[in-house]
Write a protein that binds this ligand. Structure first.
Ligand code: ADP
Length: 595
């Protein structure tokens, strides 16, 4: 039918009304017709009865011999009763008819079988409503038996033209049709109004629901009505709230997952059973140096050319068992170490999708591992040297040198020097290890100039011995910095110690404090010493690295001082730089946050 509720409603109302009207019309027309029939026949009965009495009065018997009188009689009576009057003999022959010329009477059909005549023959009277064969018109007929002196001598029949009846019926029919039509128009208007009344709030709900389904959850259904629409609105509002919460929860979970995958430092790729890529995270794209669009929906073996991982992927898809491993591949700038985990990818306990591949660039890890190994080797070597020396000196003493006072003193001094060297080494290693463990800084506000002056004073003897002039600039300004006092002491002790160590006699060492900007100051430790070739500038901050190993050892250096300094400065969110040229001195500089 119609797709629109309102038109469906109007259509049904009109259809039901039309059926109702038709049934009602049939009953009404039938009742009116029956009523008019009865009334007409009743009237005709009276008229027939009256005519019969007049016929008796006139004494026109025997009927068959008084045809002319009978014709006169029927013609007169017709004007009185407004009906066609027919006199028929007992055998059904017409003797006279008010509407038929006398000379035509003998040619008329025998009327004995006419329904009304038959009725009169059987019961004394009869009636019918039918088409007249004689005059070819619809007529009401009533027939009475004529009795004369106890004998049945014929029939008196009255026929009444049904014009009035037909006209009345037609008028009534037209009137009913008109009434039906007006009724249907009124019903149409009422149905339209009712349909609008019912559909308007529904349409409003539909419009709001459309907005909500397009993602606009700000709209809510009006709940001011107390009827079913109001209840429906309330239920829809509750549903919308629940839907909104569910969608928010889902998108929160989704973005959480997305964030986890995005921020994961492993490349993640999900593939289906046909090895088609379903999902990748940014890290995977960056490992492959491709964009997500170039990768997604392609087969993994089109994207990856490393057999070392394609084989395990095939195994996992086949056996549903995880596979792990590592492999190396080469790029222009060197080699990249990758580790992988391939696991079967299940959407639920029983439903497998494909495989989940996790790839991690472990080059940095491998590099750190190499550094750690080299550090362990260097540390062992550094520790072994003084230990070997101590053992050697001790053995020499045991072998007899202990008896000679000079030799004994010499070897004991040597043992002491190597033991001190061991102590420095262990102490520096401990410091480094503490720094690497990220123990929280104890940041204080330090008044920098007196703090530096105190450290410089501690080195006065050493500076005097080498006739090195140590200065501080400016020496009387109040500068406050935020730093861990103990660690800063280590930084300056190391830098000043290095400056004194690597500066020949009569040189100069200067600690310069320059305001950098409002939030920080620049500190420089300058010397006029041997300087450092630029090619070693990066390496001197590495553990155990010394430009001149023999000289450093001779001067009691551990090779860990600058590594410690770099660590401490970085812990203070700053960076240490070196400017130096061989023979022209060195300058170590860094920024510190002001208080
Ligand atoms: P060390 O204990 O050997 O001094 P450091 O880590 O403090 O170890 O320094 C590493 C290396 O940097 C030193 O061995 C030295 O070669 C070089 N170096 C450090 N400071 C200076 C400086 N002020 N002048 C010249 N060379 C320096």
């Amino acid at each position: 039918m119609f797709t629109n509720y309102k038109w469906n409603f109007v259509f049904v109302v009109l259809l039901v009304s039309l059926i109702g009207f038709i049934i009602f019309d049939i009953i009404l027309i039938y009742s009116i017709r029956t009523y008019l029939f009865r009334q007409t026949f009743d009237e005709m009965h009276i008229k027939t009865d009256l005519t019969l009495e007049l016929l008796e009065e006139k004494q026109l018997f025997p009927l068959s011999s008084k045809r002319n009188e009978l014709h006169e009689f029927v013609s007169q009576i017709k004007t009185i009763v407004y009906s066609r009057v027919t006199i028929i003999d007992a055998n059904g022959r017409v003797l006279s008819d008010s509407d038929v010329e006398n000379n035509r009477i003998p040619f008329l059909d025998n009327h004995i079988n006419r329904p009304e005549v038959k009725g009169a023959q059987q019961t004394g009277w009869g009636q019918s409503y039918r088409l007249s064969d004689t005059v070819n018109r619809k007529l009401f007929y009533t027939a009475f038996q004529i009795e004369h002196e106890g004998e049945k001598v014929g029939f008196l029949r009255l026929a009444y033209y049904a014009f009035h009846f037909e006209n009345s019926m037609n008028r009534i029919f037209v009137f009913i049709l008109l009434a039906n039509f007006i009724g249907l128009i009124i019903l149409f208007i009422a149905a339209m109004y009712l349909g609008t009344l019912v559909t308007f709030p529904i349409l409003r709900i539909v419009r709001i629901a459309q907005k909500i389904s397009s993602g606009n959850f700000e709209r809510s259904f009006p709940t001011n009505r107390k009827d079913e629409i109001g209840i429906l609105s309330q239920i829809l509002n509750q549903l919308t709230d629940r839907l909104k919460n569910q969608i928010e929860l889902l998108s929160y979970e989704r973005s959480k997952l997305e964030n986890i995958l995005t921020n994961l430092n492993s490349g993640i790729v999900a593939i289906d059973a046909n090895k088609k890529i379903l999902h990748v995270n940014p890290e995977f794209c960056s490992i492959l140096r491709e964009t997500k669009e170039e990768i997604i929906n392609k087969r993994i073996d089109e994207i990856l050319e490393w057999e070392a991982i394609l084989n395990p992927i095939g195994c996992t898809l086949k056996n549903e068992r995880p596979e792990t491993g590592e492999f190396i591949y080469y790029i222009e700038t060197g080699k990249v170490f990758l580790s992988y985990i391939v696991s079967p990818f299940f959407i639920s306990k029983d439903e497998k999708i494909g495989a989940l591949i996790q790839i991690q660039d472990i080059s940095e890890l491998k590099y750190l591992e190499a550094i750690r190994r080299s550090f362990v080797a260097s540390a062992s070597h550094e520790l072994k040297t003084p230990l070997t020396a101590i053992v050697g000196y001790a053995e020499t003493l045991f072998e007899g040198a202990v008896q000679e006072p000079e030799a004994r003193k010499h070897f004991l001094n040597r043992i002491l020097a190597q033991a001190r060297r061991l102590e420095y080494l262990v102490s520096d290693l401990l410091k480094l290890s503490q720094l690497e463990h990220d123990i929280p800084l104890e940041v204080d506000e330090i008044e920098l100039i007196p703090f530096l002056q105190k450290i410089i004073d501690e080195f006065a003897d050493k500076a005097n011995q080498k006739k090195i002039y140590v200065s501080l600039e400016p020496f009387n300004q109040q500068i406050m910095v935020k730093a861990d006092e103990e660690l800063m002491r280590t930084v300056f002790e190391n830098l000043i110690d290095n400056a004194l160590k690597y500066t020949p006699t009569d040189g100069q060492v200067k600690i310069k404090v320059n305001p950098s900007d409002k939030e920080s100051i620049k500190i420089e430790v300058l010397d006029t010493g041997i300087g450092i070739d630029p090619k070693y500038h990066d390496r001197i901050f590495q553990r155990f690295y010394r430009v001149d190993k023999a000289r450093s050892r001779e001067l009691g250096g551990t090779g860990l001082g600058l590594a410690i300094v770099k660590h401490i400065i970085e812990r203070h969110s700053s960076v240490i730089f070196v400017r130096s040229e061989p023979g022209k001195g060195s300058c170590f500089c860094f920024d510190l946050e002001t208080a």
